[in-house]
Design a protein around this ligand. Structure first.
Ligand SMILES: Nc1ncnc2c1ncn2[C@@H]1O[C@H](COP(=O)(O)OP(=O)(O)OP(=O)(O)O)[C@@H](O)[C@H]1O
Length: 259
């Protein structure tokens, strides 16, 4: 089943009347199926964050269509979008955006409370996710009382708690050390398999991307190429490195040493 379909997507920043415009996305097409774990990579400035924000309905495209679960979100009003975003999407950012005044458990519960779900159901769901993500022992702690890796696991649990149609992540491992990054990605893969959740993540890190089923490379606001993972994650990592090198950009010597 197709969860997300973007057609002919373009984004122009700035105002034509002022003569200062920048075309960040050009006629981009993208299809994501249910249960897929997809990475988006590309050089700095290629349009990755712009794409994620538009797919996440945080920003609007200049033209084109975005269908999520069969609904054209580009046609929705701001109020409809806010409702749709809250109910059907989940977000994980590089900065964890947890509320310091709340415990991890309360932070994770926020999306369910907003949906007014029954308390017993909420408890069960949070405990189940926390166990999967290995944070069940620290649920009563506040964000500043746990490690960065645990904070990001809590943020992942919050993104998943209401079983959204699509989870959008922007550099989820960007603030994590390599060990925490590895275990976060392993947990996300496990959850993705178990819950058939659909995850789309922007990353500049080939190691993080190697956990995805498919990686789409963006260049100059268009899809440059895409590659799919076979049996071996290590072989996929090498492929990702090759495309990244072909596209130009940073050196990833450090990433290599993580296997
Ligand atoms: N609000 C804005 N107004 C004008 N130009 C913008 C705006 N936001 C982004 N851009 C430009 O659009 C292009 C794409 O930006 P975007 O942040 O999507 O790239 P990116 O691939 O995520 O880059 P990075 O890897 O460095 O985060 C860049 O050239 C950027 O300068």
């Amino acid at each position: 089943m197709i969860i997300l379909e973007a057609k002919n997507l373009s984004k122009i920043y700035g105002q034509k009347s002022k003569g200062v415009t920048y075309q960040a996305l050009t006629d981009l097409y993208l299809t994501i199926h249910q249960g897929e774990f997809v990475g988006i990579m590309g050089p700095s400035g290629s349009g990755k964050t712009t794409l994620l924000q538009i797919l996440g309905t945080i920003d609007r495209p200049t033209s084109g269509e975005i269908w999520i679960e069969g609904q054209n979100v580009a046609n929705m009003s701001d109020d409809e979008l806010a409702d749709f975003r809250r109910k059907r999407l989940g977000f994980i950012f590089q900065e964890f955006y947890l509320l310091d005044a709340l415990t991890l458990k309360e932070n994770i519960l926020v999306p369910l409370v907003l949906e007014k779900r029954p308390i017993a159901e909420m408890e069960q769901r949070v405990n189940e996710l926390a166990k999967y993500l290995g944070i069940d022992q620290v649920l009563s702690h506040r964000p500043y009382e746990v490690s960065g890796g645990q904070r990001q696991r809590a943020a992942a649990a919050r993104a998943l708690v209401h079983s959204p149609a699509l989870i959008l992540a922007d550099e989820p491992t960007g603030n994590l050390d390599s060990k925490s990054a590895k275990s976060l990605m392993e947990s996300l893969v496990q959850l993705n398999k178990k819950e058939q959740s659909t995850i789309l993540t922007v990353t500049h890190d080939p190691f993080t991307a190697s956990y995805c089923d498919r990686v789409i490379f963006i260049k100059d606001g268009k899809v440059f190429t895409e590659i799919r993972r076979g049996e071996s994650r290590q072989a996929f990592f090498q492929q990702i490195m090759q495309v990244t090198t072909a596209l130009g950009g940073e050196s990833y010597e450090l990433a290599k040493s993580r296997f």
